[in-house]
Design a protein around this ligand. Structure first.
Ligand code: FES
Length: 147
């Protein structure tokens, strides 16, 4: 039996239907696989980060700066000494802030308090804040992970 025009049309329609089915399956499968595949883990180690010029910090003041993907709290105490911590509460990860009137680091979520050494002193936080290293070079304040 010779292949006629009807056979050619049938082959074309089969090819078109097969292609459509494959495209549909790819359109459904790709987002599902992308959802199920975890994103690549970013390098969490951060080099030294500048927190700004020394003169930008008055005594008994603070600043929250970006430390990689996390917030860091840089505090200049009443004596002019710099301290830095990850600004992440050890209770439920809220961002902490410095309260200069009370000389404490405070978490607004559940009224957790830390002293200026990052030690948890009241409220629900179970552990001290993670301390960061502070280096002052050329009138600029740098923070980095403690070794
Ligand atoms: S999250 Fe900070 S005290 Fe609860």
């Amino acid at each position: 039996m010779a292949a006629g025009p009807a056979s050619g049309r049938r082959n074309f329609l089969n090819w078109l239907l097969g292609g459509s089915a494959a495209t549909f399956m790819a359109a459904v499968t790709y987002p599902v696989l992308k959802y199920l595949t975890p994103p690549p883990v970013q390098d969490v180690s951060v080099e030294a980060v500048s927190a700004g010029k020394v003169e930008a910090f008055a005594n008994n003041s603070s600043k929250i700066v970006k430390f990689g993907s996390r917030p860091a709290l840089v505090v200049r105490d009443q004596q002019g000494e710099f301290k830095a911590f990850l600004a992440i509460c050890t209770h439920l990860d809220c961002t902490v802030q410095y309260v200069p009137e009370d000389y404490v680091i405070w978490c607004a979520c559940h009224n957790g308090k830390y002293d200026l050494n990052g030690i948890n002193v009241s409220g629900p936080p179970p552990r001290p804040l993670t301390a960061l290293k502070v280096n002052v070079q050329d009138d600029e304040v740098f923070i980095s992970e403690e070794a």
